[in-house]
Ligand binder design. Structure first.
Ligand code: GLN
Ligand code: ZN
Length: 763
């Protein structure tokens, strides 16, 4: 009999309950007990929602991030937070955010000295984790109290629990050495903690433990491959069965290694790597369980259940009990429940499945395998009907859009002149000082803004009333920026709920959910739009707002757009055509907007490509193809403007040492990037590669509520000036300010402008 199981469940709650509870606790508005209680309630609900599965994950819940949980589980916290007062969770939040809750941090308390942990993207997802920090002196000491408590909770509720942990090799590989020492050298010290953990779990009667090693779908050198052997041989005497879970891609060269590690079972992503499954079966020892991830945990489309069954039934014959079925990866990356979507376009909705619906698909597959397809005939028929309707829908296919993409020429992606000719022309128009200051686009999304938006959406506020409120916010932002003395202003993005959704809502081919939230980091969630059809821009999307903002000031106002690659990478995209094809359609739509802004007199246009890097395939061998079409798409969107118009782009969390040539190839006049948290390390790329255009290395970490000091920002800029000629440097925060409050933003930007002035004075 086929076992059905789940790898992980979204923890934020169908109504984002966890987000609100966290933020309330951090504000000091509710006690820790309330947060803990909400956590328990969510876990219970989520376990109930997974009823009927043979194994249910435990330990996938987290108050912030599962990687940070792992660091605490392994007793591995940065030195700077060790021994501080407060509950363990307070320390946990200190590492995550640079501070705990205000109530726990008295004046002059530890907050001042604690830097937030660096965050980066979890593989190729839009989920961010807190990067473990290693040095040669790193030690580990198991503290399984939280995991064991959750396991006890699950057992008390009758949950068929399968604890889930991040594996030792992946844990080391996604961390960062702070002193240049080898992370792998720590493996020997790390493994006893894992062995001890597995013993504790065995003592609790656990049969299966899921150990996630997604790093197995990336290219591993011999040392890292060897680490897998070392690790799992060390753990093979544990009295639990290990299900080694890989996901997000293909095992390729690591297939032999993965198949032969001394564990009881292997989970593979059969959505991304169906072709790898049969060869893998030939490698897999005859006693091992093979878990196939057959339901896509990364998108929101219904699974073609009949097609899965056609493929899986013979495997079930062959493997019997050894075949397990699951989603391809944790469902962390999809929204919780389609049933909440009462307002969604009914046609599109009928094509979709969120986490709960995906689990239902899994149950149907399980029953079909156990009892025969006849037992689920109605479900299978409904599934086929929905898929057929989607394939045939006229809303999906627009011949005019397809023709426009066919007609794209190389000329459309090229500026009239090179940077060297453009730069002086732009300087003449803009008349900026050395070290010009700017911000990345958004200003605080205040409670009033959010209120106005929800009133407007609910019909309590009419169009004119909404416009007036947004214009007032824009004016406020402009006045604050003038008072602060910033050089290139932004309108503040008050009217935007989200940098992708805002554009998606105005483009044909996109649909929206109301509750389709996915965790991005900590309490921050995003609601990716659903790109279901060919993309068309029926009318200008931003021109009125930007023109209004420009009319308020004599300083240059940046037009603010989201680029095609980011629109693509932060949406749930079509699975019925290549990503590149969808991206080119988006590029043409944004190009029209850029040209409209220019016609409206906007002299600086920023096209955010925050997500360019995260679209990189996990395997380097596939990078060139992606970068080829991604860069081309940006160029089509951006490069139709006159020499005098300055194009900016922005990227967050982009470590781009390895893609710097492609970034340069985008040919933006100015690029602003994230660097504050990593101490200008990202600028290393610019040492060996002579980046030809202007660059604004972020000097202010907007993800932390800490106010950056002027001196620190001056220092960071001096560090930057060692690598990039000062006349090509800009001074700016490292991302948008929407998640901050004005009370933080004003002093922080005040310090930033003062830093720029100090630099000018010293020049
Ligand atoms: N312009 C956007 C903002 O400032 C950019 C956000 C981002 O890069 N994630 O909010
Ligand atoms: Zn950013």
């Amino acid at each position: 009999m086929t076992t059905i199981h789940n790898l992980g469940f979204p923890r934020i709650g169908a109504q984002r309950e966890l987000k609100f509870a966290l933020e309330s606790y951090w504000k000091g508005a509710s006690p820790l007990g309330a947060l803990e209680a909400l956590g328990a309630q969510l876990r219970q609900r989520h376990w109930q929602q997974q009823a009927g599965l043979d194994l249910v994950p435990v330990g996938d819940f987290s108050f912030y991030d599962q990687v940070l949980d792992t660091s605490f589980l392994l007793g591995h916290l940065p030195q700077r937070v060790q021994g501080l007062p407060g509950d363990a969770l307070d320390n946990y939040f200190r590492v995550a955010r640079g501070r705990s809750a205000p109530a726990a941090e008295g004046a002059g308390g530890p907050a001042a000295g604690v830097a937030a942990g660096e965050m980066t993207k979890w593989f190729d997802t839009n989920y961010h984790y807190i990067v473990p920090e290693f040095t040669a002196a790193t030690t580990f000491r198991l503290d399984a109290s939280r995991l064991l408590a959750q396991l006890a909770e699950a057992k008390a509720q009758g949950v068929p629990a399968k604890p889930v942990i991040i594996g030792p090799v992946t844990y080391l590989s996604i961390g960062k050495s702070k002193d240049g020492s080898s992370r792998l050298a720590l493996l020997e010290r790390l493994l006893p903690a894992y062995a001890e953990l597995l013993e504790l779990l065995a003592a609790q009667g656990v049969e299966w433990v899921q150990i996630d090693e997604p790093v197995l779908v990336t290219e591993l050198d011999a040392q890292w491959q060897h680490a897998f052997n070392t690790a799992y041989h060390h753990l093979k005497t544990a009295r639990v069965k290990i299900l080694l879970a890989t996901y997000f891609g293909q095992l390729q060269d690591n297939a032999y290694l993965a198949a032969n590690l001394p564990v009881a079972g292997l989970h593979v992503d059969a959505v991304n790597d169906r072709a790898g499954v049969l060869p893998l079966l030939n490698l897999l020892p005859a006693h091992k369980v093979l878990s196939l991830g057959v339901i896509n945990g990364r998108n929101i489309w219904k699974t073609d259940l009949a097609a899965v069954l056609d493929w899986v039934e013979p495997l079930a014959q062959r493997l019997g009990d050894r075949l397990w079925l699951a989603p391809s990866c944790s469902l962390l990356h999809v929204p919780v429940d389609l049933a909440s979507e009462r307002q969604m376009d009914a046609e599109v909705r009928s094509w979709l499945a969120f986490a709960l619906q995906k689990l239902e698909e899994l149950r149907v597959l399980g029953r079909a395998l156990r009892e025969g397809r006849g037992a689920v005939a109605a479900e299978l028929q409904a599934n086929q009907a929905a898929l057929a309707a989607r394939r045939a829908s006229r809303r999906v296919h627009n011949p005019a859009v397809q023709a426009a993409v066919q007609g794209i020429t190389a000329r459309q992606g090229q500026r009239a002149s090179g940077y060297a000719q453009r730069a002086p022309r732009q300087a003449a128009v803009l008349d900026l000082p050395a070290y010009p200051t700017t911000t990345i686009g958004s200003f605080p999304q205040t409670a009033e803004i959010r209120q106005a938006r929800s009133d407007y959406k609910a019909g309590r506020l009419d169009e004119a009333g909404y416009q007036a409120l947004m214009r007032a916010e824009i004016e406020r932002s402009v006045r604050e920026q003038e008072r602060l003395g910033l050089d290139v202003l932004v309108h503040g993005e008050a009217e935007r709920n989200d940098m992708v959704e805002y554009f998606g809502e105005q483009l044909e081919g996109y649909a929206f959910s109301q509750f389709g939230w996915v965790q991005s980091y900590g309490s921050r969630c995003v609601k990716p739009p659903i790109l279901f059809g060919d993309v068309r821009r029926p009318r200008a999307m931003t021109v009125d707002w930007i023109a209004y903002a420009q009319a308020l000031t004599t300083k240059p106002m940046k037009g603010m757009l989201t680029g095609p690659v980011t629109l693509l990478n932060w949406s749930f995209v079509r699975d019925d055509q290549p990503r590149a094809a969808s991206c080119r359609q988006l590029a043409l739509a944004i190009r029209e907007e850029v040209l409209d802004l220019e016609r409206a007199g906007v002299k600086v246009i920023q096209i955010d490509e925050a997500a360019l890097r995260e679209g990189l395939p996990l395997r380097r061998s596939q990078w060139a193809d992606y970068l080829g079409w991604a860069v081309e798409s940006f160029r089509i969107a951006a490069n139709g403007v006159r020499d005098e118009t300055q194009i900016h782009t922005h990227m967050c969390y982009s470590e781009f040492n390895d893609i710097i040539a492609s970034i340069a190839d985008m040919d933006a006049d100015v690029i602003t990037i994230e660097t504050a948290r990593s101490d200008m390390e990202l600028l290393d790329a610019f040492e060996s590669f002579d980046y030809p255009n202007q660059i604004g290395p972020g000097v202010y970490d907007i993800h932390s509520p800490n106010i950056p000091a002027q001196d620190r920002m001056v220092q960071l800029m001096k560090k930057a000036a060692e690598r990039v000629p000062a006349e090509r440097l800009w001074v700016n925060p490292d991302c948008g300010l929407k998640t901050r409050q004005w009370a933080e933003v004003i002093p922080a930007l005040g310090n930033m402008v003062a830093a720029a002035r100090a630099l000018r004075a010293q020049a």
